[in-house]
Design a binder for this molecule. Sequence first.
Ligand code: LLP
Length: 451
Amino acid sequence: MAFCRASNYIGTMHDFHYRQGRLFCEGADVESLALRHGTPLYVYSRRTIENHFTRLDRALAPLDHTICYAVKANSNLAILTTLARLKAGFDIVSGGELYRVVRAGGDPARCVFAGVGKTEEEIRYALRVGIHCFNVESASELDRIHRTAVAMRKKAPIALRVNPDVEAHTHAKITTGTYENKFGIAYEEITGMYERATRLPALWLRGVQMHIGSQITTVAPFVKAVRKMLPLARALRDRHGIEFFSIGGGIGIVYRPALESGNHRWWNATGAIRPCAAGRAALPLTIDLYARALIPLLKPLGMRILLEPGRFIVGNAGILVTRVEFLKQTGRKHFVIVDAAMNDLVRPAFYDSYHQIVPVRRNHRAQITNRKSDVVGPICESGDYFAKDRPLESVREGDFLALMSAGAYGFAMASNYNTRPRPAEILVSGKSARMVRRRETPADLVRGETR
Ligand code: LLP
């Protein structure tokens, strides 16, 4: 059984586990994958992705609902195809993401298009393929969509994105639902904006939308925002006949799983072995709780409910495998220098985020030492780190390590900084492992440039 697999807690259920000291993704040995495909390497579990989608879908069964996977979290075609087969909808934020969904066999008519700066070209493309809806974020955008639709002799389906001004208590860079943020239209202006939209004949008013932030780990902000939105949604339904209310994404996952077994010493921030229960207490949000809190509020509305989860679906379904290049002791610090870097996984540098780091092959005799290490990449910036002052088991040069919970906003945010080719991506299903994106080459990186 995977560590914390049995847990009912959000995002902790996944298919990475040890067998005789070797890390497996489902039935595939991670070290063999690293040796065959090289590192850094992203490895995803298809079963975990499917499980997360299905669990959320089932929990919301009492509601007429559509789960629109937020493509920005991980846009690999194979992952989009996996979700398209489950009849997922998609939340997209660019023409590029729409192109990916179409290429992956997803249904454009199940796509919602978000973002504060949609270009005319993107709007034209979306109207041409026939998306479900534009989530509109300003008066100027409303006009642009209308003008484009008139020129194409089409009716543009729209929902207005409401900024409910509710604090999500998450990282400042990923909170979106307060008036400090650039997102959405102020709650107080929404009624007037719908009135204005009704006077634009090429618009089709289909819904209303909100999204308050990402990595939200308690149910309270969701409840607060939905409660605030309910009278508005009801009024818009009665006055304009809108069909859906999208409650956005943002369901948080566990990045610091509690330690499951007394026999195994998982590496964690403190080096202490904590029972699973402690982790549960620390993260009160579960899918059951989310569903139990929201269904009674939303059901009486009698509208279709859309959701836009990204991280919840893929976050714990992926790891980044890296190799220890060098160990280095400076005057004050011990560094574990690995071959992955901030260009491959930028979340620690960007958000100071925590990713559990575990050995791909466990040495049963190894102890967590009292020495704390910084796990760093080779890029010439001090921000290029994956962990700071982390107590680790003793590692040797050449060992493989896994950065856990890297499936969301991992590869999707990777760059070619320092002219570093982006990693290959592997999708595991049972015992089979398929390369779903090959590693880039230096030639890929200069393609399109001229001397
Ligand atoms: N819907 C909208 C309108 C969004 O802006 C987002 C995320 C989502 C849905 C999906 O949110 P999720 O369910 O994944 O939390 N790069 C950051 C996260 C940025 C999220 C941006 N918007 C990170 O690595 O934590």
